[in-house]
Design a protein around this ligand. Structure first.
Ligand code: ATR
Length: 277
């Protein structure tokens, strides 16, 4: 039995163990995905434990995505640029760090038949999630405008992306006119934040056909997605991105294509059960 797990605090409500274990079981792989609740003072020991033979690596989530970087042997360049690692791979005792959040987001867009090349995308937010998505979209050939409540953070992200590709600019307002895709990368609307009824964008003057994407997956339909749907726009929730960042991590650990449909079904079933409770 080999193991892999998620390092975070708290991790009890993470969907990753569920859908990753469903994928391992589906392919008959003798691997168990565990929930490794790790307070800050235990992080260094937890990461060191990943070097053991039989441990494939880990996912990393809130609040440790930045703090794990100096504990790794080989963080990838894009993870360093983003400033966050969400996937660790143990290769013969050496720890490699990756960030699959942005590439997972791009895969989710493509699965929804939105090809990012040449498209104008507005990101709302400039936190860790927005950083991964901004770099991945820039690499996929989009033009990216970034609005953030705290303007300095948006300016910093634009500067960082522009150093790699000159395709990013600051948006002074969250106005949605003139974009092909609007992405909510803020935590506004997320269950448990007290902002569940708030949409960070108003869609009344959106260009018809603009795709509205929320990276929040709990609740499945956020106020942002509801407002977009009411304005007649196509929408995409946060679950496909969650699944695809996990699928890319799965592929890094195992070298085997991830059974995305199996993972999605397991996650949807768990979310439906939770929502019905
Ligand atoms: P994550 O890693 O999930 O992106 P984060 O780094 O804490 O988390 O970023 C949260 C994002 O949500 C930020 O863009 C934050 O804006 P600020 O940089 O101004 O803090 C945004 N955010 C959180 N609450 C918000 C609110 N009530 N209104 C607007 N933006 C909000």
């Amino acid at each position: 039995m080999r193991s892999v797990g998620i390092i975070g605090h708290p991790v009890a409500h993470s969907l990753s163990p569920l859908f990753q274990n469903a994928a391992f079981a589906h392919l008959g792989l003798d691997i168990q995905y565990q929930a490794w609740d790790t307070p800050e003072d235990a992080l260094a020991d937890r990461v060191a434990s990943l070097r053991a033979p039989g441990t494939l690596g880990a996912n990393v989530t809130i609040p440790h995505k930045e703090a794990v970087i100096p504990l790794l042997d080989e963080p990838a360049d894009d993870a360093l640029r983003i400033g966050a690692v969400n996937t660790i791979v143990n290769r013969e005792g050496r720890l490699f760090g990756y960030n699959t959040d942005g590439p997972g987001f791009v895969r989710a867009l493509q699965e929804a038949n939105f090809e990012p090349r040449g498209r104008r995308v507005l990101l709302l937010g400039a936190g860790g999630a927005a950083r991964g998505i901004a770099f991945a979209l820039a690499e996929a050939g989009s033009r990216v405008a970034i609005w953030n409540r705290t303007a300095a953070r948006a300016a910093r992200l634009v500067e960082d992306v522009s150093a790699l590709r000159p395709v990013a600019e600051v948006a002074d307002t969250p106005a949605v006119l003139g974009y092909d895709c609007i992405v909510n990368c803020t935590s506004v609307g997320m269950e448990g934040t007290g902002t569940e009824a708030v949409s960070p964008a108003v869609f009344s003057d959106a260009t018809p056909g603009t795709l509205a994407v929320d990276i929040v997956y709990k609740p499945a339909e956020t106020a942002f997605l509801r407002a977009a749907a009411e304005a007649g726009l196509p929408t995409l929730g946060g679950l496909p991105m969650l699944i695809h960042q996990g699928a890319l991590a799965f592929e890094l650990w195992t070298g085997v294509p991830a059974p995305v449909a199996v993972m999605t079904a397991a996650a949807e079933e768990a979310l439906a059960k939770e929502a019905g409770r």
